[in-house]
Write a protein that binds this ligand. Structure first.
Ligand code: ADP
Length: 395
């Protein structure tokens, strides 16, 4: 049985997508990548890049800012291209950032599910509407196609009662103020890769560091998420490109009282003006900061490493020890110096890397004497969505 599965990952300023050809059904189906594309820079410098499965460029086109001012507009451009190129489609899967307390895995989309996803918008007001836009668009365009929602929170629903709570009155927990955790598609993919690549580690105590524009850490025990640095929103935990990570809530009160910031202003501040960008005053892009000799750039990088090392210590305590650390996503996969610095700070946990293996980005970059392993595994959230589609749609 052969099917073409389109996986869509709509973020705050980009839409990424991959088309897979699935041969067979169920978990053993082979997924061959046929297309990989993204329209990023939405609202600033929009650019559409599409490559085929062999990485040959099919489209590389820039747009004027106003031509692609929103995720909705980007979705229409991508969908128009797929229609015009007569790309075969049998099902569409979507990353949905928030699945609340109830969605513990992917689900087929129908009117009732759409209403439940929309009802979770107050928990992710910036992101949920952007995930819903492509779903509505494809339901309109191709009502004949099955669609599947894959939630970023679902993988973390295995958290126990303590990892799921803040120390606030229980009534707020009951209405949904919980430590959900995010980047679940990435962590589920990495847990699967570990089972293939290092089965003995996969059944142990592992911390995965997903370091991209958004950054978080996840503690895996026997392949299941038991705790994570992100919580109620994707603001918590370590510092990120433009988000501060954990912040004393008193800082927010100060900004409200002394700076007159309202909710909308605070939201912009916390999501877009802090992190590496805010601290350095230069850029949210790690590559730019690594090239800079500005002391503020160095301070931002030092803080980034320090905060991850500290979180790694906390999650190691929750796991009761550490068998392996896995780096993934844009920074985790590519920034050898950042990996080396995080591991150096975590030598107490038995981590040590081999500089040559680290520079060459081998899968296992551990030093021979290391008591806990350090791995680099590329993540693939769109492939995880495709696997979810196969699981949900069956044969
Ligand atoms: P997103 O969260 O949007 O998916 P990515 O996983 O692509 O983001 O990660 C983006 C981050 O990865 C940026 O900070 C970028 O600077 C960093 N990055 C990408 N390539 C490299 C590289 N070769 N060296 C260092 N950092 C890199």
């Amino acid at each position: 049985m052969q099917r073409h599965l389109l996986a869509i990952n709509a973020g705050s300023s980009s839409i990424k997508f991959q088309l897979f050809r699935a041969d067979g059904s169920g978990p053993d189906a082979r997924l061959e990548r046929r297309l990989v594309g993204q329209l990023d820079g939405i609202g600033s410098h929009p650019r559409l890049v599409i490559r085929d499965g062999a990485a040959a460029m099919l489209v590389d086109r820039g747009f004027a800012t106003g031509e692609v001012a929103s995720v909705e507009a980007a979705q229409e451009i991508v969908a128009d291209w797929l229609s015009a190129s007569a790309t075969p489609l049998d099902a569409i899967g979507h990353r949905v950032v928030h699945g609340g307390a109830d969605f513990t895995g992917p689900v087929p989309i129908d009117t009732a599910i759409l209403a439940r996803i929309a009802a979770l918008t107050p928990l992710a007001p910036l992101h949920q509407p952007k995930n819903l836009a492509p779903i509505h668009s494809w339901v309109r365009r191709r009502p004949d196609l099955p669609q599947v929602a894959s939630f970023d929170t679902a993988f973390h629903r295995s958290h126990g009662a303590l990892a799921d709570r803040f120390a606030i009155p229980e009534a707020l927990y009951a209405e949904g103020v919980r430590r959900y955790g995010f980047h679940g598609l990435s962590y589920e993919f990495i847990a699967g890769r570990l089972r293939e690549a290092a089965p003995s580690l996969a059944s142990g105590r592992v911390i995965v560091a997903h370091l991209g524009n958004g950054c978080s850490l996840c503690a895996l025990k026997d392949g299941r998420s038991i705790d994570s640095s992100m919580s109620f929103t994707a603001l918590d935990g370590v510092a990120m490109g433009t988000r501060p990570g954990s912040l004393d809530p008193g800082v927010v009160l100060y900004l409200m009282r002394e700076k007159g910031m309202d909710a909308a202003r605070l939201e912009r501040f916390l999501y877009h003006e802090c992190g590496l960008k805010g601290m350095s005053g230069i850029s949210n892009d790690l590559r730019v900061l690594e090239k800079s000799d500005d002391p503020q750039a160095r301070l931002a990088l030092d803080f980034f490493v320090h905060r991850i090392g500290k979180e790694l210590g906390a999650l190691t305590a929750v796991l009761g020890g550490l068998d392996a650390l896995v780096f993934t996503a844009g920074i985790g996969e590519n920034a050898a110096d950042i990996r080396a610095r995080i591991v150096a700070m975590s030598a107490w946990a038995g981590l040590a890397i081999d500089p040559a293996k680290n520079a060459a980005r081998r899968m296992d970059i551990s030093a021979p004497e290391a008591k806990a392993r350090t791995l680099v595994l590329p993540t693939d959230e769109e492939r995880m969505i495709a696997r979810h589609m196969l699981a949900v749609l069956g044969g």
